[in-house]
Every structure is written in structure tokens, then in C-alpha cells.
Design a protein around this ligand. Structure first.
Ligand code: HEC
Length: 130
């Protein structure tokens, strides 16, 4: 009996470990909802998907926590974000990989549709520092 059960237990433990490891690596898919919060909903996406490059030692705009909204205000001033109109915002074209100037962000390819949808919602709701 023991010789039969041991391998099964080992496989179960190994599978559980691997699944756990994958879960930890994966950013949870956000819920697309109303009243999006920049601090609670958008910043975690920017931190996970953008700040590895967008920080003072790499490339502007700075999307680290504490600096990202100021960067968003610059994108609003430059017209890349049009509060209330995500569809017309260059930032969204970049995120969807169809920007006319050819920049796709992240450069490796678009994020999940749920993350992009949440950022769109935040822009449509006024791109607030909320
Ligand atoms: C692998 C590195 C990398 C990642 C990750 C990345 N970017 Fe970029 N980003 C760049 C580089 C490099 C440039 C400059 C490209 C250029 O000037 O042609 C850039 C430029 C930009 C610009 C243009 C700035 C301007 O003034 O026009 C924006 C906006 C931007 N990224 C947003 C984002 C967002 C939002 C994310 C996350 C969803 C992201 N990026 C993820 C490397 C990255």
C-alpha cells in the first residue's frame, strides 16, 4: 500500500506547489466596474506592467506609485489622454497596439482586455486622481 500511495502524494504536493507558484506570478485579472479608483485599481496595473521601464533610470513618463498621477496629468496636458473620452485618447491606442505613431505599450504586446477596459473606464470617468 505504502509504495502505491507515496508517489501519488508526491505528485499532488508537486502539482500544488507548481500551481501556487504560477498563481503568485500572475497579476490577478481586474474586475471591470464603475467608479474606478486611480490609487486602488489603476496604479497596481501601472506598477506591474509599466514601472519596470517607466522609472527615472529608464524612460519617461514615470509610472511608479506616488509619481504616476503627475505623469498622467502631463499626458492630459499633451492631449494623449482626453478625460471623458477614452476612445479618442492616444494612450488607449498605444495600449491596444493600434497607435498611428507605432508605439505599443507594453512593447511586448497588449495587456489583457480586462486591464485595458479598466483604464478606459477610468479615462471615461474623467481620469481623476481618486
Ligand atoms: C519594456 C519596457 C516598457 C514597458 C514595460 C512599457 N513601456 Fe512605455 N515606453 C517604453 C519606451 C522605451 C518608450 C519610448 C518610446 C519612444 O520614444 O519611441 C515608451 C514610451 C511610452 C509612452 C510615450 C510617452 C510620450 O511622451 O509619448 C507612454 C505614454 C508609455 N510608454 C506608456 C506605457 C504604459 C502605460 C505602459 C504599461 C501599460 C508601458 N508604457 C510599458 C518602454 C516600456
Amino acid at each position: 500500500m505504502k509504495t502505491v500511495h507515496k508517489p501519488i502524494i508526491l505528485i499532488a504536493v508537486a502539482a500544488g506547489f507548481l500551481l501556487g507558484a504560477c498563481d503568485n506570478d500572475k497579476f490577478p485579472e481586474p474586475e471591470v466596474k464603475d467608479n474606478v479608483s486611480f490609487a486602488l485599481d489603476i496604479q497596481p496595473i501601472l506598477t506591474a506592467e509599466c514601472a519596470s521601464c517607466h522609472n527615472p533610470s529608464e524612460v519617461e513618463p514615470d509610472f511608479r506609485e506616488g509619481y504616476a498621477y503627475e505623469s498622467m496629468e502631463e499626458l492630459i496636458d499633451e492631449g494623449d489622454i482626453i478625460p471623458g473620452n477614452a476612445e479618442a485618447s492616444e494612450l488607449i491606442e498605444m495600449l491596444e497596439g493600434n497607435s498611428e505613431d507605432g508605439n505599443t505599450m507594453p512593447p511586448a504586446g497588449p495587456m489583457s482586455p480586462a486591464k485595458i477596459a479598466l483604464i478606459k473606464k477610468w479615462i471615461d470617468e474623467g481620469a481623476l486622481n481618486n
